[in-house]
Design a protein. Sequence first.
Length: 283
Amino acid sequence: MRIDSHQHFWRYTPQDYRWISDDMAVLKQDLLPETLRDTLQRHDVQGSILVQACSSVQETRWLLELSEKTDFVRAVTGWVDLSSPALKQELEAISHPLLRAVRHQVQDESSPAQWLENPAINAGLRELQQQKTVYEILVTHRHLTDAVKFAERHDDYFLVLDHFGKPDLSLGAAHWKQQVAPLAGLKHVSCKLSGLLTEPRPAGMSARDLLPYFEAALEIFGAERLMFGSDWPVCLLADADENPWDLCEQATATLSSDEQAAIYGGNACAIYQLQPLPITGND
């Protein structure tokens, strides 16, 4: 089963999706399952993990309702206030068979470092891990050191680094590798091969120039802790002739079939405890 480990849906409203700026016009519209279905089929992807895009329990409930009616969504990464003293009850209130992970847009906090150090947040993470719920880390390269300290404190269940940790592409893959290696050294941390196409690039940098980041990720995480993610529809912000499916296929072309199977679905199935697709037809 080929899995896209990172995609979004939304009914666009400016107040809910404030991170969508004026130069992201293609994202300022409702983006729903039928818009993505043909693309997944074209790239032979049978399932996806649907990820929150605003800090709202209401959005999480809506994503879960949408997932029940969308055959290719295999799991949801939702949002909950990790600092809430009533977190256990709030998790119970949104409990759902497809809710397998939680994420917060730490990169948008006024002080991501303080957020990651917050005792209430860390207590919430301990509760989350006790319930065997994955937590996805969304930070930029500016706070990877803080993310390492955070991840070291929370090793009771899986943590997943989104979008390569959003590297500074102007500094090159070797610099990013050095930054992220301490995270890769923590065996409970995996990384999504997603988001690179829409990170700010130096003038003249092509999609092909991003391949060294994949090579570095393979060296430090190994194929057993990497997952392909398209970051659709955010990936639509890339140039028209660039897409994450082709980029990742270029990056993984020389890997063994077992390594490719792990990156394109096996690891996501294990980390997010995805159920196998139902068998159809006659054998």
